[in-house]
Design a protein around this ligand. Structure first.
Ligand SMILES: [Zn+2]
Ligand SMILES: [Zn+2]
Length: 653
């Protein structure tokens, strides 16, 4: 909930657009009061893309049918060009106004005190200036800032209504929350509304169903994606493409299991500290039977699962050089309980592969890549189609290198991202370089190494030729990182994955390589999953392409459509040739009219339709239709196959 109270200083820094939108919240409240004078207003901040106001309206439930009426009233108020007037008041004056129902009202309302405003007043720290803003008859408890006059608030639109607990607190009354948006000009408002319409059409959850790309089944579990054949094809093509690029860059492919013992994550530090974002560990039957016989309760079991041996504790503390494992976590060996975790990340498994053999500086960098599936516990309210899930496959890789190699390796990671995004027609993206906050003690390790790694990230980001920002304090505690944010064709931003430099895990796992001096040295690790996960990336791609995938990604590339059964023989020969050429083709020789067949193919967003009738059969040719470009003329089947094969091979858009 964004019900956090803003300080006066934060308010003073409110952007122009937020100031406008917050002013519109006052205008909306004024309009609602003209229609329902008993409304009690709580809290009305600007939010991303708009504003809302929470209010109690006991005798009426706002529905979309009311929006027009409220908007009309708001436009009237804009026309009236009311001035927003600030007035400082004492606490007593404010309390008196609230008690009379005047705060958040158009008039005094005897017997209907402004209860939420009274509560908000209590939250204002002693000594802070209390103020009201008035426009027309509406007086609100507010520190501002506001635009000058309501005439600025004319380009508004009510968007939706929802329920919300007062201050986001479930124990408090449930209120109605009305959302709106506003822009300085009508053009900007219209453009925003068109974009929202377009976003609705492109919604990957909607298209995912229509194009049979993926399925979520309650019995399998929320947030767990079933990739149906069409979606699986899309994902496989994408993975093939990324894998090809990885091979060119000298990565080695590995496979690792979906689970690992908890001791692995105790060493890495992922368990039990992040246990709230993980699935509970799986305990072997024999162990479970044994501890049940011992009469071990739930709490004790969790404690024993999270505990470490004295040996592991001293090893870890010695390696890291500080007390990362406290003494209260140690239990005698016969009390320790190990289970398996569904892996929350792939790093520890890859570390074990690196550490499975002696490494020399000549072997470095070692680049291990895996489309590795990980599981994280997300609250059910957070789940969203493919973009917020509980099981996902990262385009993961871990690079183990010398300190001198960090800069080149980070650069390599970025150039791969550039190739992939450009191929997908995503030219508009930016990167964020997360640096440490020098004033914070959260960021451990040698400051000189940090400086070098930050410089490497900064330089690498600069070579991309895209906008980048430096964000102090946004680094991971173990090293700096680079995040990717892409803008899709309708201007929405999507956060993808990251590249992170890590000095900590090599220490925790005591990794080493033999240097030219014949002595052991510590490698640096780079984690990189630039596209985040296949689930999220495919979700974004579905929306980016609006389901109209280029031929190389399209689950179905070509559909052969017959005009009449007289063309069946030649059409089935065409179909056989397409299959033989390795194309994903289907054959529609149903009795439907050709118009209906084209419409179906169009709805399924098949890039190429080959229309075959008697006329085409006579000249051994096909009439080619593209789902977006329309009619492409009649050509011999061999020519079409040669053309589309090139198009797919070159991964043209
Ligand atoms: Zn205000
Ligand atoms: Zn990792």
């Amino acid at each position: 909930m964004s019900a956090e109270r803003k300080t006066l200083e934060e308010r003073a820094q409110m952007s122009d657009i937020d100031r406008l939108r917050h002013s519109c919240a006052h205008v909306m409240a004024t309009a609602i009061l003209r229609l329902w004078p008993n409304a009690q207003f709580a809290y009305g901040p600007p939010v991303e893309n708009g504003f809302y106001y929470d209010f109690d309206l006991p005798d009426h439930r706002i529905t979309p049918d009311d929006f027009e009426k409220i908007e009309a009233e708001m436009k009237k108020i804009a026309k009236e060009n009311q001035k927003f007037e600030w007035k400082g008041v004492s606490r007593d004056e404010a309390i008196a106004l609230a008690k009379s129902g005047r705060l958040g009202g158009l008039t005094e309302r005897p017997g209907n005190p402004s209860t939420f405003k009274l509560d908000l007043l209590e939250k204002i720290p002693e000594g802070e200036q209390i103020s009201t803003f008035q426009n027309g008859d509406f007086i609100d408890l507010c520190a501002g800032p506001h635009v000058g006059y309501t005439s600025k608030c004319k380009n508004v639109k009510i968007m939706s209504v929802a329920s919300a607990f007062y201050m986001g607190d479930e124990t408090k009354p449930q209120l109605q929350r009305l959302y709106g948006t506003a822009f300085p000009t009508k053009e900007e408002l219209d453009q925003h509304l068109v974009q929202l319409e377009e976003a609705k059409k492109r919604d990957h959850r909607k298209l995912g169903k229509e194009l049979k790309l993926f399925h979520i089944d309650e019995d399998v579990g929320q947030g767990l994606i079933l990739w149906t054949p069409n979606g699986a094809t899309l994902r496989q093509e994408l993975q093939n493409f990324i894998s090809e690029e990885l091979r060119k860059q000298g990565y080695s492919q590995v496979f690792t299991p979906h689970i690992g013992k908890t001791v692995l994550y105790k060493t890495s530090g992922h368990f039990p500290y992040y246990k709230d974002s993980q699935f509970s560990p799986v305990i072997e039957n024999d162990d479970l039977t044994k501890i049940i016989k011992e009469g071990c309760g739930c709490c004790e079991m969790m404690e024993r699962l999270g505990a470490v041996s004295a040996k592991l504790r001293s090893q870890l503390n010695e390696r890291v050089g500080t007390e990362v494992v406290t003494e209260d976590r140690v239990l005698p060996d016969d009390k320790l309980l190990d289970g398996f975790l569904l892996k929350p990340m792939n790093c520890p498994h890859h570390i074990k592969i690196f550490d499975s053999q002696p490494r020399s500086y000549r072997d470095l960098p070692v680049r291990l890549a895996e489309f590795g599936t990980v599981y994280r516990w997300e609250q059910s309210g957070e789940l969203n189609g493919m973009t917020r899930v509980r099981g996902f496959t990262q385009d993961d890789a871990h690079l183990f290198c010398t300190e001198e190699q960090v800069a080149d390796e980070v650069l390599g990671c970025l150039s791969l991202v550039k190739i992939v995004l450009n191929t997908l027609g995503m030219h508009d993206y930016r990167v964020r370089v997360g640096l440490r906050d020098p004033d914070s003690s959260k960021f451990t390790g040698d400051p000189a190494k940090w400086d070098a790694a930050e410089e490497a990230c900064r330089k690498a980001a600069a070579t991309l030729g895209v906008p980048f920002t430096e964000e102090p304090g946004e680094a991971a505690f173990y090293g700096p990182k680079i995040d990717f944010v892409i803008k899709d064709v309708i201007g929405r931003e999507w956060q993808l994955g990251t590249v992170q430099v890590d000095y900590v895990l090599p220490v925790r796992f005591d990794l080493s390589y033999i240097g030219p001096d014949n002595k052991p040295h510590r490698p640096v690790m780079i984690h990189r999953a630039p596209f985040g996960s296949m689930e999220r990336f495919c979700g974004v791609l579905i929306e980016h392409f609006a389901g109209h995938f280029p031929a190389w990604l399209a689950p179905e590339q070509v559909r052969v459509l017959t005009i009449s059964e007289k063309a069946d023989a030649f059409a089935s020969d065409v179909f056989a040739q397409l299959k033989a050429a390795g194309l994903r083709a289907t054959f529609d020789n149903a009795a439907d009219k050709i118009g209906a067949k084209i419409r179906n193919a169009q709805l399924d967003k098949v890039p190429y339709m080959l229309v075959v009738g008697e006329k085409e059969a006579a000249v051994q040719s096909v009439a080619v239709r593209h789902s977006k470009k329309g009619d492409l003329g009649v050509k011999p089947i061999a020519d079409f196959i040669a053309e589309i094969t090139d198009e797919v091979k070159e991964r043209r858009l």
